[in-house]
Design a protein. Structure first.
Length: 716
């Protein structure tokens, strides 16, 4: 028997890797389908055991069995899904995309088979009405389980269930197609420059990165892409207005071209599918359906928040816009031999003239700071921040398999030296990787009975620790320089690291309630909270050293960073608000959506937009958050959580930003609790009271005659 015939699918056996981490080095594409199908079979076998159990339904023999309890017959479907779908975002290819298209309807059908199983739901319903005394966490699990089945159609009649299956399967396929189209469009475009004069204005870091990209592609000259580390510096520094326009239009017309990657009809259909799903389940709109399980509670509260922010920030944003227009129309800053100001500010001018205005007002820009933000030092700084706050430490372990050479794997240890988590960090853009940044998990946290025949308890309990990952698209190293980040990229790292702390500190009994499994307008609190440290001198002093000289970031530069913190802050706020308005406009539709996407988009966010809008660009078709990323009717969450993160950091500022007692309270009350309690209850345990919007207004330098009320949703 040859070696190939002796090979076993790695998903079917113990991984035998450090901390049972995914054996990326042994997994092949063909392993996935086999493991998925066997996982479905095992799931069905488990469901049959539950519904055919002759014993009276109980919390232990029904709810735990259907939701979280693990045993030696591990959840094959979960371990396979976590690897496959994470790689689909971080390291995909045409074959994986095709397999995803094949498997998506099968997996959606399987999920529907469970949620619409009448015998299973009857047992769950019985337990929901008749159960033993439960702990608060057990009660939360029971309520979530019951409500999850109801919200997935368990109370529908046969016709309704059949229709729901059709709708959810189609929505799953279209969400996948949306993402695949966007990735293809993102990676398809390049700006290839061979005339060095057209690099005018670009800093050395941008030129070197573009030269390296060209070399990697076998081209002469310089290649710029739509990935953020390439696109953003080009739009900020290039004096070549025509090329900036070309880049801007390429970026903002993704997925509206007359080709197979066009997402216009997909978006329209997704909006209608979600509306019909919600109405089939008894809700007026999809937003009503979603917001039932959000802190906001209802559509009115979301619009109140967004409108309050518009009222508070728009006067300042209008002043910012006028100042920027003045800079553009009076500054002789064009390249290519043309040294005259522009007649009108266009979208591809905004970043360019914002940079010039920032230099004029504060004498600071991203390139001044890059030499002090060497990635390896930033990693040390971010890890050191976690050590100082929470006492945890990180140790790279090269024996842990990774899925790409760019990825680093770390063991994380708690204050007492005990193992806490595995942490993967994937830093740089590449061909098979989605844009943006995100945190995810390859394994959640839960408490496992060591002997499944004995009751759960302290003497029969193993705390299974999580494997979390952050995936980003930060500036790559070049042949001349190590990876040198912008301050914005440092903030991105801190943001995703905040999510990862939420996962790493998870300490709950049930996996479905652990870590980031919280209401979506609460999940951004830990991440946005961490961004606050980016401009704190005490933090910067720990890692911000010049990569060549070793000199620390000068106090004068730090002071300029702090003074410029609120530069264009009102404009940035309204940009986020505009996205929230667009999201709500789609998902508060009560009737079939028949409008043309582009004009609908421009009207939906008009209240938060300045000036004339371009009808040849479109955000919706590349708005992954609300079309394929789980934020449909939830994009407002970023601003909702911003109120919370500013309020929470104000507590740290008052008590000491590195105060170990304050940090421990944040860990104990929020980071370790997951979704075991109402998020406002958790927040009030940390702070001792409700949040207000005052800290956010103060942080962003906004003064209003009468402060708008804080968001008043469920429990707020």
């Amino acid at each position: 028997m040859n070696e190939e015939n002796q090979r076993h699918n790695p998903f079917f056996e113990p991984y035998n890797t450090p901390h049972d981490t995914a054996p990326f080095d042994r997994i092949r594409l063909e392993d996935f389908e086999e493991a998925f199908m066997e996982g479905i079979r095992r799931d069905n076998e488990q469901i049959d055991k539950i519904i055919n159990n002759p014993a009276k339904p109980t919390f232990d023999n029904t709810i735990i069995s259907v939701d979280d309890e693990k045993d030696n017959y591990y959840d094959l479907l979960s371990r396979t899904s976590s690897v496959f779908f994470n790689l689909l975002s971080a390291e995909t290819n045409d074959d994986m995309d095709a397999l995803a298209q094949k498997l998506s309807p099968i997996l959606t059908q399987h999920a529907n088979d469970i949620r619409l199983n009448e015998k299973l739901f009857e047992r769950i319903k019985y337990v929901h009405r008749h159960h033993r005394k439960l702990t608060a966490e057990e009660k939360m699990l029971l309520d979530n389980c019951y409500d999850g089945f109801v919200r997935s159609g368990a109370l529908l009649d046969a016709e309704g269930k059949a229709r729901l299956r059709q709708l959810t399967e189609e929505a799953s396929m279209l969400g996948l197609q949306f993402s695949q189209n966007l990735l293809k469009e993102q990676k398809a475009y390049t700006l290839h420059i061979t005339d060095e004069a057209q690099l005018d204005g670009l800093p050395d870091t941008a030129r070197e990165a573009a030269a390296q990209t060209a070399k990697e592609r076998g081209l002469e000259g310089w290649v710029f892409t739509l990935d953020s580390p390439s696109y953003s510096p080009f739009m900020t520094y290039s004096t070549q207005r025509e090329l900036r326009q070309q880049m801007y239009m390429a970026y903002n017309t993704k997925c509206i071209h007359d080709n197979t990657e066009n997402n216009l009809d997909i978006c329209k259909r997704l909006v209608n599918l979600r509306r019909e799903i919600a109405q089939l389940l008894g809700y007026k709109t999809y937003a009503d359906y979603v917001l039932k399980h959000r802190m906001a509670g209802n559509v009115r509260s979301v619009y109140k928040l967004l409108n309050n922010l518009i009222d508070a920030y728009k006067p300042t944003a209008l002043k910012e816009r006028e100042e920027l227009k003045k800079q553009a129309t009076t500054s002789p800053s064009q390249g290519g031999g043309v040294k005259s100001p522009v007649e009108a500010l266009e979208p591809w001018d905004v970043a360019f003239y914002s940079h010039k205005l920032q230099m004029k007002k504060f004498n600071i820009d991203a390139e001044m700071l890059r030499p002090y933000f060497q990635l390896n030092k930033v990693i040390d700084g971010v890890f050191g921040l976690a050590t100082r706050l929470y006492g945890i430490t990180f140790k790279e372990n090269k024996d842990i398999p990774v899925y790409h050479p760019d990825v680093k794997a770390y063991e994380v240890f708690d204050r007492d030296g005990s193992f806490l988590a595995v942490f993967y960090a994937d830093f740089h853009p590449r061909q098979g990787k989605q844009g943006g940044a995100w945190m995810t998990e390859y394994q959640g946290q839960w408490m496992e009975r060591e002997d499944v025949k004995k009751p759960f308890g302290p003497d029969n309990c193993k705390n299974v620790r999580p494997h979390v990952s952050v995936v980003m698209n930060l500036t790559k190293p070049t042949a001349e320089k190590p990876a040198l980040l912008t301050l914005g990229e440092v903030e991105t790292f801190l943001h995703e690291f905040g999510h990862s702390l939420h996962g790493m500190f998870a300490n709950t009994r049930f996996e479905s309630l652990s870590g980031t499994n919280v209401w979506w307008d609460f999940v951004e609190l830990p991440s946005q909270f961490m961004e606050n440290f980016a401009i704190e001198k005490e933090f910067l002093r720990t890692f911000a050293f010049h990569y060549e000289t070793g000199e620390p970031l000068p106090d004068e530069l730090i002071n300029r960073i702090v003074r410029s913190r609120n530069f264009m802050a009102a404009t940035a706020c309204l940009r986020q608000v505009s996205f929230g308005l667009l999201d709500m406009a789609y998902y508060t539709k009560k009737d079939e959506f028949t409008d043309d996407i582009i004009p609908f988009e421009k009207q939906a966010w008009k209240k938060a937009i300045f000036g004339k809008q371009r009808m040849d660009t479109c955000m919706t078709v590349q708005f992954s958050h609300i079309m394929a990323g789980g934020y449909a009717a939830g994009y407002y969450s970023y601003k909702w959580a911003e109120v919370l993160d500013a309020d929470a950091f104000a507590v740290f500022k008052r008590e000491g930003i590195f105060n170990p007692a304050t940090a421990q309270r944040f860990r104990d009350c929020i980071l370790s609790k997951g979704g075991t309690e109402n998020p406002m209850v958790l927040y009030k345990k940390f702070k001792g009271g409700e949040p207000t919007i005052d800290a956010l207004l103060k942080r962003t330098g906004i003064k209003v005659k009468a402060h708008p009320s804080p968001p008043k949703g469920r429990g707020v």
